[in-house]
Design a protein around this ligand. Structure first.
Ligand code: ATP
Ligand code: MG
Length: 235
């Protein structure tokens, strides 16, 4: 047995649109080790977001199995899947998806509402996560009062608040300038190295992909080559 954190077995996924069926994933097989940082690359429409959503239990495959963080996702019903997600995965999106009327701290506290933590503990956890991403001094700011890079770091703090094993990031640096992108990548590398998070990050940017330990290529719903980078350079 390997210590795979993510195991994708014979997964197929199609979408129907206007009477036509679009095959997106075609019997995909893939294993990702615990504690490793993976970049997922591939042309637009190759199924990267689809795969990320399946791994995070946001969607179901047509056939095949996903084993993630010790669970076979096909065994879980809707409520169990929501619980599993809350305990095991954190999501980071290109567009940050912060709630505009809430402060940074309140945004980070949101996923903690699904846990049994008291209000005071939730606040403490949120503040710790914001400290980790270097934004404790901004915790009372609303998203509009932050730069894009800061917003994304708040979103990462939100993804971390429940201390998930797996972080799934869909083009997290896609909307950021170079310097902010670099800060977000530095943070992801640190979360991988220091906190042993397993990370799967979709990116179009070869420079961003180079910060990961392995680069997985997806082509037309099938696995292409996998490259392994030299040990990630945490700055
Ligand atoms: N809910 C949906 N309904 C119908 N078609 C969909 C749906 N979601 C995705 N698709 C189609 O499936 C294919 C794969 O989409 P996906 O979003 O996974 O690609 P991607 O690799 O993430 O692309 P990008 O790099 O542009 O984000 C695309 O052709 C897309 O149009
Ligand atoms: Mg996508």
């Amino acid at each position: 047995m390997t210590n795979a954190m993510i195991r994708v077995k014979n997964v197929t996924k199609s979408y129907s649109r206007g009477g036509e069926t679009l095959k997106v994933l075609n019997g995909l097989n893939l294993e990702m080790d615990e504690g490793r940082f993976y970049a997922l690359m591939g042309p637009s429409g190759s199924g990267k977001t689809t795969l990320l959503n399946l791994v995070g239990g946001l969607d179901h495959p047509d056939s095949g199995d996903l084993f993630v963080a010790g669970a076979n996702l096909s065994d879980l019903d809707g409520a169990e899947l929501a619980r599993w997600r809350a305990d095991n995965v954190g999501f980071v999106f290109q567009g940050f998806n912060l709630i505009p009327v809430l402060s940074a701290r309140e945004n980070v506290e949101l996923p903690l509402s699904l846990t049994g933590l008291s209000r005071a503990e939730r606040k403490k956890h949120a503040e710790y996560a914001l400290e980790l991403v270097g934004l404790k001094d901004r915790m009372n700011h609303r998203p509009k009062q932050l730069s894009g890079g800061q917003e994304q770091r708040v979103a990462i703090a939100r993804a971390l608040a429940t201390d998930p094993k797996v972080l799934l990031a869909d083009e997290p640096t896609g909307d950021l300038d170079r310097k902010s992108a670099e800060q977000v990548l530095d943070l992801l590398v640190r979360l991988n190295q220091e906190f042993k998070k397993t990370i799967l990050m979709v990116t179009h940017d070869p420079h961003a992909a180079d910060r990961a330990q392995s680069i997985v290529h997806l082509e037309k719903g099938e696995l292409g080559r996998i490259e392994h980078n030299a040990p990630a350079a945490a700055k």
